[in-house]
Write a protein that binds this ligand. Structure first.
Ligand code: 13P
Length: 251
């Protein structure tokens, strides 16, 4: 059985004070059951204070991105060593917003996943097609490329680390949640891809979560699908009430 994983990607939201407030509300409202892995990804500036606030709570901390190098002359970047130092154990890698606005390629994403593995950080490896690609019937081609290139060079033990987030770009921030059937189809395809690249054991153990306008209303239909193991939540993770409601749907 795969333990459900629910992550809140706060994106470029929340000052330190706002982040603390949200962290406190999450801590107070978190269900006692630990059958779900709960993760939050605040902006860099709030990682340390949120880590301190959540110490002892059953919430893991993720960064939203890292540089691949341990240190160096890379003005404006943050290294895996630095995020680990704040208490992070997971990192979102290759989010479509990074691919779209910051030119992240499959090759770069592969390097960043490698950096995660070198520093004992679990990658939350994001993949997903654009609307244009879906309409052109290229979903499987695009996902095959993203998964294969993102995991290039990693052995089965390495590929088993962390989770994959399927985030169709057309569903992110648009209110157009993928239907459970559409998402299930892609999740099952990704699992088959992993079986082909590695083996059935890796494929069946890997958690593949859905992201894209997931709300308390749409969560249950999605996460009860056989190959959907949770969600990566944007908008609905910015309020404790809606994020916790999604967590509760997974218990
Ligand atoms: P929304 O839930 O706001 O659509 O964002 C999803 C997402 O991009 C999570 O990483």
């Amino acid at each position: 059985m795969r333990r459900p994983w629910i992550g809140g990607n706060w994106k470029m939201h929340k000052t330190i004070g706002e982040a603390l407030e949200l962290a406190r509300a999450l801590k107070a409202g978190l269900p006692a059951a630990d059958s779900v892995e709960v993760v939050v990804a605040p902006p860099y500036t709030a990682l340390k204070v949120v880590a301190d606030e959540l110490r002892g709570a059953a919430v893991q901390l993720a960064a939203q991105n890292i540089h691949w190098a341990d240190q160096g002359a890379y003005t404006g970047e943050i290294s895996p060593v630095m995020v680990r130092d704040t208490g992070c154990r997971q990192v979102i890698i290759g989010h479509s917003e990074r691919r779209q606005w910051f030119g992240e390629t499959d090759e770069l994403i592969n390097k960043k996943i490698g950096a995660c593995l070198n520093h004992d950080l679990e990658p939350v490896f994001c993949v997903g097609e654009t609307l244009e690609e879906r309409e052109a019937g290229r979903v499987e081609e695009v996902l095959t490329r993203q998964v294969r290139e993102g995991l290039r060079g990693f052995n089965r033990g390495e590929a088993a680390r962390g989770v994959i987030a399927y985030e169709p770009v057309w569903a992110i921030g648009t209110g157009k949640t993928a239907t459970p059937e559409t998402a299930q189809q892609v999740h099952s395809f990704i699992r088959d891809l992993l079986a082909g690249l590695y083996d059935k054991t890796v494929a069946s153990a890997k958690r593949i979560v859905y992201g894209g306008s997931m709300t308390p209303e749409t969560a249950r239909g999605l996460i009860t699908q056989p190959d959907i193991d949770g969600g990566l939540i944007g908008g609905a993770s910015l309020k404790a009430e809606s994020f916790l409601a999604i967590v509760k749907e997974c218990i």
